[in-house]
Ligand binder design. Structure first.
Ligand code: AMP
Ligand code: ZN
Length: 492
């Protein structure tokens, strides 16, 4: 089964497969570590995680490179305000970023490349551009890319560049202009700013050259896929193409994937709008990492997603349904035999799940057949029509689902515990929801022990003790369910 993925460059769905061997070489633009990332940023990284995991399900391995931008205008400004070197300033945010990825169960890229550790590669690339007449130095010692040297400029974003002014320049890292300009490759050192002494002078790299240099260093001059959020298409990715293709004369990335935004009330979630939540904000409100993961990936990458708390609650309930169902399957005792109808339903669900993902990573289309199957199988169990031989086919569907969605297996306790520890260390306990504090007052092991003691008390017909235990658990937010398959408990 080959994945057909929308390619921004060709403007159509193209099959995505490695051009060479069985390893797909991909580059994804990573974070700028000047602050904690927000869940809009994580939506992009989560959707790239969905891509990686689905490719693996179809037998393709990836070599995934991600940069960490650890020097830029904002970092220099913030570090100066804090009175620390930029490395000391970015370390905390880089650490938090990877911790957040772990909490969301986003797989780590095979290679992480820090901008400050790859300066010589960037300098070499700028020298190469100068040899080709595509880079020039200004009086202050900065370097710019000459846009006129790359006539194909605009081919990714399909922008009409007829109003392009030859020689007009822009030197900020982030800009959004309708007309394209010569952009900064290298910024001359200003007094007091972090800078490097190099063959092209003293200064620091621009943002765009970082990605071109690091992508080609780790993946070669041409590679399979380049990904990022939709805001990076222009100018960042357009500039990467211009620099790289001018330097090598070869196609840079064959396939371009752009993840559409996470919105709040119809506007892009962003630091500058002030309408953002970090992962830690949401964990301290009591939402589980799995629910945040599911909510952010359930709408396919190619559609914008409006963030709401209802969406998180819906995801929480959906995961609960899946977990309860799986426990019912693995713990229940069923009569021997097989129900051919269920087996067929399981096979169809599995096929539809994979087919939806193969169709431009349609995550919404992929989860629907799995939830439908859970509903039908629950009904079959209720009606005593579920047989022992049906179990494996259905568990196989859940396994496929979780190899991509990764929310059924319960990893939620750890991120919540660590976020609380972080809140304590950084003076943020005021942001913690009271329900979460109440819930944390009892560990899973303590609940298990009380549940076992209650069962023992009931056996010995000590109903007063059994009731007292139930009350204690209820007060701590634990719900107990007695069923014919045994006692089950969950947190409210
Ligand atoms: P940054 O750290 O700002 O460079 O962003 C890291 C990644 O997050 C980039 O791929 C951005 O395109 C992406 N991104 C930023 N804001 C959003 C958003 N609201 N929704 C989805 N992705 C975003
Ligand atoms: Zn980039």
């Amino acid at each position: 089964m080959t994945l057909r993925l929308f390619n921004t460059l060709s403007g159509q769905l193209d099959p995505l497969a490695p051009s060479d061997g069985n390893v797909l070489r991909m580059y994804a633009c990573g974070p700028t570590v000047y602050d904690y990332a927000h869940i809009g940023n994580f939506r992009t990284f989560l959707q790239i995680d969905v891509l990686r995991r689905f490719l693996r399900l179809t037998g393709i391995e990836v070599k995934h490179v991600m940069n960490v931008t650890d020097v830029d205008d904002r970092i220099i400004r913030n570090a100066a305000e804090a009175g620390v070197p930029i490395g000391a300033y970015t370390a905390e945010y880089e650490r938090a970023f990877f911790e957040d990825l772990d909490w969301l169960h986003v797989e780590r890229p095979e290679q992480v490349a820090r901008a400050t550790e790859n300066i010589p590669r960037m300098v070499e690339l700028i020298q190469k551009l100068e040899e080709k007449g595509a880079a020039y130095r200004t009086e202050d010692g900065s370097w710019y890319f000459r846009l006129a040297a790359f006539p194909a400029y605009g081919k990714l974003s399909k922008k009409d560049l007829s109003g392009m002014e030859d020689g007009a320049r822009v030197d900020v890292d982030e800009y959004e202009k309708d007309s394209a300009r010569d952009f900064a490759l290298w910024k001359a050192a200003k007094p007091g700013e972090t800078s490097w002494e190099t063959l092209i002078g003293r200064g620091r790299p621009g943002w765009h050259i970082e990605c071109s240099a690091m992508a080609m260093t780790y993946l070669g001059e041409s590679f399979d896929l380049h990904a990022g959020g939709e805001d990076l298409m222009f100018p960042h990715h357009e500039n990467e193409i211009a620099q790289s293709e001018t330097a090598t004369g070869k196609q840079f990335a064959r396939h371009w994937m752009h993840v559409r935004f996470l919105l709040v009330d119809g506007r892009k979630m962003s630091k500058s709008e002030g309408n953002f939540y970090t992962l830690r904000d949401l964990l301290l409100k009591g939402y589980k990492a799995s629910a945040i993961r599911l909510a952010l990936i359930s709408v396919p990458y190619g559609r914008q997603l409006n963030f709401t708390f209802d969406g998180l609650t819906e995801a929480t309930n959906g995961i609960e349904r899946l977990r309860t169902f799986r426990a019912r399957l693995t713990e229940g005792a069923f009569a021997a035999g097989e129900n051919p109808q269920l087996r067929e339903m399981a096979q169809t669900a599995q096929q539809n799940f994979r087919a939806a993902l193969a169709d431009d990573l349609n995550t919404a289309g992929a989860r629907a057949p799995v939830f439908d199957l859970v509903r039908s199988a629950n009904t079959a169990i209720d009606q005593g029509q579920f047989l022992a031989g049906d179990r494996d086919a259905i568990l196989a569907v859940l396994k496929d689902f979780d190899s991509v969605f990764d929310v059924i297996e319960d990893h939620d306790a750890e991120p919540t515990r660590l976020a609380l520890e972080w809140a304590e260390q950084t003076g943020r306990m005021a942001n913690v929801a009271p329900e979460l504090l109440a819930r944390q007052s009892i560990t899973d092991e303590q609940v298990e022990a009380l549940v076992a003691e209650r069962a023992q008390a009931k056996k010995q017909r000590n109903f007063a003790r059994a009731d007292a235990i139930r009350n204690e658990l209820t007060q701590k937010g634990i719900l107990i369910e007695d069923s014919k398959d045994g006692v089950r408990w969950k947190r409210k």
